[in-house]
Design a protein around this ligand. Structure first.
Ligand SMILES: Cc1cc2nc3c(=O)[nH]c(=O)nc-3n(C[C@H](O)[C@H](O)[C@H](O)COP(=O)(O)OP(=O)(O)OC[C@H]3O[C@@H](n4cnc5c(N)ncnc54)[C@H](O)[C@@H]3O)c2cc1C
Length: 309
């Protein structure tokens, strides 16, 4: 309830100005965000990959409102992928892209602009042996994101997408995307969605996650199980046994700064454990979603405001 209120409030310009303007926020943000520029991102990538983790990097930004900014975001990904090629990590380091950051929200031409920019990022990723996964944003963007995915997969078949178990439609989307070569990141979903399109009850979201997971694990694609939830991780292991999937046949993903002990434990047990690393100065939306996910994070934020930590 508190989380939904926070998510709804976070879209108000007044709240954005208030949170962004607090001088202490940056310190708190650093718990979830790896830094403001590529150099700081590279430091975090090195630190994590040196311990056996894989990574996916997000250049922060969303809902870009002009085409120059959309092109600049695509440029930033090209620079990032150049930096990744120097690290020689291949597919151990991939990138995550929000299509609204590369033009999807730009009205009638939005899909076309986002597709062009996404292609440019996919080309740069392919050139250095890396992959791209499209994040999934609010429910109004799902059809557009899946159609851009279909368009780029023609030339870049390893391009993946996130699907959100809280949406009623997602079981069907999982069925459509469980074919050979398809990479799907399954998440619970992080946006405030209406009851007409999404489960509102956390228990129902979890049950839907299990149904979607079953479809993906039984299918021919490559499931990317993105959750910090122990119960879902153990269900994944049961399903992997049932459907004869070896450890190389699926992977786990978690967010930077969240359950780092569990990340290491899964990597240590021989799983591919990929950490989603966001960097950049447009951290507001990402940060507010992390606060909304967990009341303890709101308390952490408020304590930092009051106590200066
Ligand atoms: C790699 C990755 C990519 C993602 N991409 C997308 C996307 O494209 N679109 C989208 O809508 N959502 C995305 N998400 C977010 C996702 O939808 C969930 O909001 C988020 O992962 C929390 O759900 P959970 O499965 O961890 O389960 P929860 O039940 O929320 O959490 C399980 C446990 O994890 C820990 N935990 C979870 N969240 C936090 C937090 N913020 N701070 C501290 N501890 C926490 C707690 O211990 C909690 O008890 C992504 C998540 C991951 C891991």
């Amino acid at each position: 309830m508190l989380g939904s209120l926070l998510l709804a409030g976070s879209r108000l310009p007044l709240v954005r100005r208030a949170v962004s303007g607090v001088p202490l926020t940056r310190k708190v943000v650093d718990r979830f965000v790896a830094g403001e520029d590529v150099q700081q991102a590279v430091t975090a990538i090195r630190r994590l990959t040196d311990t056996g983790l894989a990574v996916t990097i997000d250049h922060l930004g969303e809902e870009t409102r002009d085409s120059d900014a959309a092109a600049a975001t695509a440029d930033a990904y090209v620079v990032l992928l150049d930096a990744l090629s120097e690290l020689g990590l291949g597919s151990r380091a991939e990138v995550s892209v929000k299509l609204s950051a590369v033009g999807q929200a730009l009205g009638a031409d939005g899909d076309k602009i986002a597709l062009e920019n996404a292609r440019r990022i996919c080309e740069a990723a392919a050139a250095v042996g890396s992959n791209v996964t499209f994040d999934m944003e609010d429910h109004t963007t799902v059809d557009s994101t899946l159609s851009i995915l279909r368009a780029v997969r023609g030339d870049f078949p390893s391009t993946g997408v996130a699907l959100q178990s809280y949406l009623f439609r997602t079981e069907e989307d999982c069925r459509d995307l469980s074919h050979e070569g398809s990479r799907v990141r399954l998440v619970k979903g992080a946006y405030a969605e209406p009851a007409s399109v999404a489960h509102q009850d956390k228990g129902e979201v979890d049950k839907a996650y299990v149904r979607c997971l079953r479809i993906l694990m039984a299918g021919q694609g490559y499931p990317m199980v993105a959750t910090h939830d122990d119960r879902l991780i153990s269900i994944t292991e049961t399903l992997a046994d049932r459907f004869g999937r070896s450890r190389g046949g699926y992977e786990y993903q978690m967010l930077y700064g969240i359950r780092t002990d569990k990340q290491q434990a899964l990597a240590g047990a021989g799983h591919t454990m990929r950490v989603y690393i966001p960097y950049g100065d447009d951290w507001y939306g990402y940060f507010m979603r992390r606060l909304a996910e967990r009341p303890a994070n709101i308390a952490f934020f408020l304590r930092a405001l009051i106590g200066g930590k």
